[in-house]
Write a protein that binds this ligand. Sequence first.
Ligand SMILES: [Zn+2]
Length: 368
Amino acid sequence: MHALDATGVELTQKDLLAYLESAIEHFNTKGKPTPTVGQAEAFYQLIGEDLTTVRSLLTRYREFWESPLEHRLRSTFDLIQQSMRELGIPIDYAQFGIVDKYPSPYEELAFWAMNFDETDRQRYGLQIGTRLRRDFLMPFYSESLLAHELVHACFGRVRGTKLARGLEEGIADIFGHLLIAGRFLPWEICENILLSTRCFQPQSPFWMNYAESLRQASLLLFESGLTGLISLARKAQQVGRDYLREIEHDLLRGTMPAMPRSHCKIPDWAIQSSKRILDFCRKFLAFPQSLCVSPLAYEIASKARVGENFSSLCERLALDQPQAEKALSELRERVFLMIVCDKDTISFNESPIYVDTRSLRYTAIDTQ
Ligand SMILES: [Zn+2]
């Protein structure tokens, strides 16, 4: 596991949980009222709570990160190939490697992973398949990413002039991060990885592209089911990326694309996963991107009671009143979650359903 302590020293697997324990204690201490809770204290409290969640996940899924990751990735690769074969989109021609630097002409790129296709093979003599950068390897995530990348290998079988982007990314998310990774990683981890990597804030247009692609693929999934999406992948593997681009073009025009007619048989494990994948995609489509607030606003939104007086709330939670007033304005004016009226009374608080589903999130702040 690649993890560093505060001084940049790499942690071994054995001392990771102990380090996490001391970090939780550190943030819990810093989060205590001094004498009141402002943005910084709220931020530390929330980090302490999140690290506690991380600790419980690492303890529950110990067997997924205690064994050497590079070994795990080798056996994961075999299972991914096997899965793709069973789905009728075999990628036996694809290789997998862990590299310090990508081969020429891509050596300057700093992506966590790259997938080379038939065009790269013919132009640059590169082996088709996925390379993961060693310095970016992460337990859980790298395995899920490998499955995503190898789905691209399916669409890159035929030489073409199209980039692996747009709708293809969304299909790689559904097949790779969910359907296939769900075979070798705990489902809650698969969901967390995909939701976190597609919905984090603030987001650059480069990363928004991935969320937009997953929305497109989710739409197709709801229209045609997992079987329809697999039929589409089978055809795209045969004819190349141009076909995917035509389907995406239809979606962009608001037309439901003509999906390939096929009564393809899919394996039982895929049928059994289809409900949870649909549930995930529904959650993803419903997920509010805008609900990211400051730590103190998050604290107030999650703990304020309707009917409570604002001054009493500050007293109950030991909040710094001037900072809490600003946070309240943020909740009222920026994200429209809470309104205080009738002489300082909290009249509306719409936050509970967003807190419960973790769609209300807090932003990191500079505490220096
Ligand atoms: Zn991708």
